[in-house]
Design a protein around this ligand. Sequence first.
Ligand SMILES: *[C@@H]1O[C@H](CO)[C@@H](O)[C@H](O)[C@H]1NC(C)=O
Ligand SMILES: *[C@@H]1O[C@H](CO)[C@@H](O)[C@H](O)[C@H]1NC(C)=O
Ligand SMILES: *[C@@H]1O[C@H](CO)[C@@H](O)[C@H](O)[C@H]1NC(C)=O
Ligand SMILES: *[C@@H]1O[C@H](CO)[C@@H](O)[C@H](O)[C@H]1NC(C)=O
Ligand SMILES: *[C@@H]1O[C@H](CO)[C@@H](O)[C@H](O)[C@H]1NC(C)=O
Length: 363
Amino acid sequence: MKFLFEKLFPQLPLVLLCCLVRVIISEHVSDVNLPNNETVPAVMVFGDSIVDTGNNNYITTIGKCNFLPYGRDFGKGNQATGRFSNGLVPSDIIAAKFGVKNLLPPYLDPKLQPEDLLTGVSFASGAAGYDPLTSKTALVLSLSDQLDKFKEYIQKISGTVGENRTATILSKSIYILCIGSNDITNTYPLFRRLQYDIQAYTDLMASYATKFLQELYGLGGRRIGVVNLPVIGCVPSQRTLHGGKQRNCSDFENQAAIIFNTKLSSLINNLTKEFPDARLVYLDIYNQLLNLIQKPATYGFEVTDKGCCGTGNIEVAILCNPLTQNICPNTSNYIFWDSFHPTEEAYKVICSEVIDNKIKDFF
Ligand SMILES: *[C@@H]1O[C@H](CO)[C@@H](O)[C@H](O)[C@H]1NC(C)=O
Ligand SMILES: *[C@@H]1O[C@H](CO)[C@@H](O)[C@H](O)[C@H]1NC(C)=O
Ligand SMILES: *[C@@H]1O[C@H](CO)[C@@H](O)[C@H](O)[C@H]1NC(C)=O
Ligand SMILES: *[C@@H]1O[C@H](CO)[C@@H](O)[C@H](O)[C@H]1NC(C)=O
Ligand SMILES: *[C@@H]1O[C@H](CO)[C@@H](O)[C@H](O)[C@H]1NC(C)=O
């Protein structure tokens, strides 16, 4: 048997070595300098499609993207993992920034090994919102579902490494919360507008944000980054829907995002007083994305108001699929991949601009 094997694969050791070297190279995590030689055992992410790395593949929803052209530039190419982008998403980029790993797997992936769990996962679910109605109408994991999964996660790692190490992992890990766009673009106009004005609706969103952060703290989270709402009225689909012939940004949605972001910043300040041993870091993507859209050339971009997929005006999720025509050949000068989500290239710029000088605030 062994003979046959060697006959068939005389080069096996070399092949194996190549694989090994490849794995090592591809798993090399960017060099990071965390303050005071701090280490971060894991990164845990909660939120929506900006940070979902594939959880929606495992649930029954139309909020999916595990088909091409999604993932066109992922890994060796053409790997539709369920990330809503041509390649990486912020969960991956942030995990690498904290020196943890280059890809943050989705918690629902049944192939995850215990050691994958120990360095963190994404619990995020595309199309979710702060408002439970947002997640319910899209049949995706709400924030409270995501926390339930996190509780299950804690039980699992406790079973693997014991309670003591689990407590250390929980308190030293980086947590990221990134959600809320779908509340403003979908749920508010479709279901909540008659019931709430935007002040009252953003209060409701903020109350869910507070509740989530208190519960996360209660479960042991201490180093928590909270991403604000992007300049959501300027994503291509909202320009198409609300921007008139010239496809301007939607003022109403941008104002709604600004109103919510003020409340988010305020509740973070309040929680910081309530939990002095926690580090709650407000991460401003609103202004960074706006900056990219207003000064694309500074960052090497050209196309700011259309996605790469198809016409770029409306295609997202199932509307951006293997039959879509005229997909741009190269995303390197595009800010948006589809009509709602940035390209990997834009995500990398935004994450660097937003997080690099805030890393120290997590410790
Ligand atoms: C960090 O670790 C290095 C090597 O172990 C040590 O020389 C240095 O003093 C440490 N720095 C701090 C701030 O603890
Ligand atoms: C758990 O950690 C505490 C404090 O670090 C230590 O005193 C205790 O012995 C540890 N218990 C176990 C079972 O390792
Ligand atoms: C779009 O912006 C232009 C220039 O600012 C303005 O003149 C026009 O009225 C806007 N259109 C809509 C529909 O808001
Ligand atoms: C923060 O606390 C202040 C003072 O208690 C309160 O007026 C304000 O509403 C709180 N902000 C949020 C967003 O909860
Ligand atoms: C896209 O264009 C950039 C800049 O010209 C180039 O560096 C990159 O290799 C191209 N990518 C692909 C997939 O062709």
